[in-house]
Every structure is written in structure tokens, then in C-alpha cells.
Design a protein around this ligand. Structure first.
Ligand code: ZN
Length: 81
């Protein structure tokens, strides 16, 4: 769901983008490490017709960072080491 798409819930094409890729300068981040440099920017898309919202990370490297940090592989919260 992006600005140009229709809402997947109500079908209306009244989507606004909020976040690093949107028209508004609203800080929306996921902390993926210890430093500010490891913040991953999240774009939020919101349907102004029904209120349905969706978060999206657009950068592939950021997705890999989050997969390493929060995924089921190494670095997961279940690790006992
Ligand atoms: Zn909608």
C-alpha cells in the first residue's frame, strides 16, 4: 500500500504517506542497534477514508538489518548465549 495505491481494506484511493518517504517530516524509526546510526526509517501509509494504516520499510539493507536483529536466526531474543 503506497500513496498511489487503493486501500486494501476499503478500496478507496485516499492514502497519505507519513514518515521518512512521505510528505510529512514525522520521525518514525525502529531501533535496530545501539547507536542512532542503526535506526531504520519506517514509512507509514494511512487511509484517510477508513483509517487503516500500514508501516513499510523501503530499503532492502534496512530489511536485512531488521531480519538479523529480530529474526529467528542469530541474535534472536531466544538466544541464551
Ligand atoms: Zn481504507
Amino acid at each position: 500500500m503506497k500513496n498511489s495505491d487503493a486501500c486494501i481494506k476499503c478500496g478507496q484511493a485516499q492514502i497519505i504517506g507519513i514518515g521518512p518517504e512521505g510528505p510529512f517530516n514525522v520521525a518514525n524509526f525502529i531501533q535496530a542497534g545501539l547507536t542512532n546510526c542503526s535506526k531504520v526509517g519506517v514509512a507509514r501509509y494511512l487511509c484517510t477514508s477508513c483509517g487503516y494504516g500500514e508501516d513499510r520499510v523501503g530499503d532492502q539493507r534496512d530489511l536485512e538489518t531488521l531480519a538479523k536483529k529480530f529474526g529467528p536466526g542469530e541474535g534472536a531474543a531466544t538466544s541464551s548465549r
